[in-house]
Design a protein around this ligand. Structure first.
Ligand code: ADP
Ligand code: MG
Length: 567
């Protein structure tokens, strides 16, 4: 109200219409900023109220990140006399599953604090509210700097990402959400940090105890319905005693108030979609959602309906993924339709509808394939998209490959899809349909694709997109028929500099800010003229459609692309 009143009072008495419009525009901007500021202020007040002990230690300055499952704040702490330390406070939404929260914290405490994996300083809890205090790393917006990075910086970025992945994979942590906004990068200080273990899962031999209790959404749903469980410190007892009060500072909870519901799973997917959307608004992604979803009939339905329908679609219904010039109908089934399956996927009885347009009653009565799907659609590996239940750390390496693809091509987000089949079709257009089908067989999945699309030469593709070859920087129609590309390199650079910000750019440069030091983002062509073959060889090995042969983080660090770089 105050802000609105202020704007009215500032309003001049008489102006030319054009100046008047500028003034009105400025006022509107100011007004919006004021609303945003007061919103952040209110959120900070609410956080102090929810977790009062924070006010004894921190001065919360700003909100730097907001997702469906958490809000992240920048705070300062007077930890030693004279020295003020910057801290990131991650406030997890109170509806988060306690095991999930405890597992996220355990990943940070056990694996974090070295090798580019974010550590943790403190954790606070009051009732349902948990706040994780981490060292603050000022970082760049990936989108803002993408086209200004020198080739050497790209090399260093990837090397440091693999260092972090090697570390967590050694602990049997599958991050599941590797993407630029979860890998913080301070360009000036050459510092990096992998954050956000909110979706992490454990390998069968994980060293993170609590990850043994973190299951996929579907499993978790069943689990929380059938058991009451209590966490005390690092121990979890199933069907345990009645909740008892724990120390308020403890990070654990005494009882599960809310299970991880379908609705929440859907919301998380919504968040991912939102992030993709923001990226898409810059119109620089290679695959635009719009172009691939002309035939989508689910977009206006309620989340619950969407979830059910979507899941069914993936299993049984042949869908057309329309691109500008062609459609790639795809269908995924367990290869158990025939007799033999890969050990990871259970056999299913044969039916008559396989490879036809109809869905028979046998198929309709099948149980849903249960497999982890969490993560951001554009970064999901083929085995995640095809719901292979046996997923490993290799899924993070695929995601790292998608980041590398963005860095080499200058396009972000590279893939943008609202459902798994669309995402799979997009992968096929780069890696080839035959190759994708072949690889899927190795993990027990059968993909039907009526149109054959060839694999792209990665160097040619990246150079074309980056504008380094003589032809247009857009994909040709035989690549994927996308409609919204950058018309020219200069405009592309301009979009990079001034384009709309993605989720990770919420963070602003401040007085110490690397943001302010690099705000010109001039395109640094250094090294880009002769990208070595090793770069594309590594990219090829990261985007290996077969998770069993995909390069590991440890192997990647030893790849000739990083010759001369030491750990
Ligand atoms: P979410 O689960 O909501 O995605 P994240 O842990 O990924 O939460 O944090 C969201 C954002 O907050 C990050 O993308 C980053 O911009 C910022 N952030 C998180 N941790 C830190 C940190 N330790 N230092 C600086 N910024 C951080
Ligand atoms: Mg995140």
């Amino acid at each position: 109200m105050d802000a609105a009143l202020g704007i009215q009072m500032d309003e001049p008495m008489a102006f030319s219409p054009q100046r008047d419009r500028f003034r009105a525009g400025d006022s509107l901007k100011k007004h919006e900023q004021n609303i945003k500021l007061s919103g952040v202020k209110k959120d900070i007040e609410k956080l102090y109220e929810a977790v009062p002990q924070l006010s004894h230690v921190f001065k919360i300055k700003d909100k730097i990140g907001e997702g469906t499952f958490s809000s992240v704040y920048l705070a300062t702490a007077q930890l030693q006399v004279g020295a003020e330390e910057k801290i990131a406070l991650k406030h997890l939404i109170p509806t988060s599953h306690p095991i999930r929260i405890a597992a996220e914290l355990q990943c940070l405490t056990v694996a974090g604090g070295q090798d580019n994996v974010m550590g943790v300083k403190y954790c606070f809890r009051k009732n349902d509210h948990v706040v994780i205090a981490m060292p603050y790393l000022e970082h760049e917006s990936f989108l803002d700097i993408l086209n200004s990075l020198s080739f050497q910086e790209v090399q260093e970025y990837m090397f440091n990402l693999f260092k972090a992945l090697k570390r967590i994979h050694q602990f049997g942590i599958v991050h599941r959400d590797v993407k630029p906004s979860n890998f913080l990068y301070n360009r000036r200080l050459k510092k990096y940090a992998l954050v956000d273990f909110g979706l992490a899962q454990g390998t069968h031999d994980t060293k993170i105890d609590l990850l043994k209790f973190v299951q996929s959404e579907a499993q978790q749903e069943r689990f929380s319905q059938s058991k009451s469980h209590v966490i005390t410190g690092n121990k979890i007892s199933l069907s345990g005693p009645a909740p008892r009060a724990l120390d308020q500072q403890s990070t654990t909870k005494t009882s599960i108030k809310r299970s991880h519901t379908n609705a929440q799973v859907q919301t998380k997917q919504g968040k991912d979609g939102k992030e993709g959307f923001v990226g898409l608004s810059v119109q620089r992604s290679v695959f635009g959602e719009r172009n691939f979803n002309i035939h989508s009939s689910i977009s206006h339905e309620s989340p619950a309906v969407k979830l059910v329908k979507q899941s069914r679609t993936v299993d049984v219904i042949s869908r057309k993924l329309a691109t500008k010039k062609k459609a790639i109908p795809t269908k995924v089934m367990n290869s158990g339709v025939i007799k033999k399956t890969a050990s990871s996927c259970p056999a299913i009885p044969s039916c008559n509808c396989y490879a036809t347009d109809t869905v028979c009653s046998i198929c309709l009565s099948r149980r849903q394939q249960v497999a982890p799907r969490a993560g951001t659609p554009g970064f999901r590996a083929p085995e995640v998209l095809t719901k292979c239940p046996n997923q490993t750390t290799a899924i993070d390496m695929w995601s790292a490959g998608v980041i590398f693809l963005s860095l080499l091509s200058g396009r972000y987000p590279f893939y943008k899809a609202s459902d798994d089949l669309t995402a799979l079709a997009q992968i096929m257009t780069i890696r080839g349909s035959r190759e994708t089908i072949q690889a899927a067989k190795t993990f027990g999945k059968s993909i039907l694709c009526s149109k054959e699309v060839p694999a792209q030469d990665l160097r040619k593709l990246c150079e074309r997109l980056r504008g380094l070859d003589s032809s247009t920087p857009t994909l040709t129609s035989d690549t994927q028929g996308h409609g919204s590309h950058d018309p020219a390199f200069s405009e592309k650079a301009d979009q990079t500099t001034h384009g709309q910000h993605s989720e990770d750019s919420l963070h602003k440069g401040d007085s110490n800010g690397c943001g302010s030091r690099f705000n010109e983002y001039t395109t640094n062509l250094e090294g880009w003229a002769e990208v070595p073959d090793e770069a594309y060889d590594l990219l090829d090995k990261l985007l290996d459609l077969n998770p069993a042969s995909r390069i590991t983080a440890e192997e990647a660090l030893l790849h000739p692309f990083f010759k001369g770089m030491s750990l």
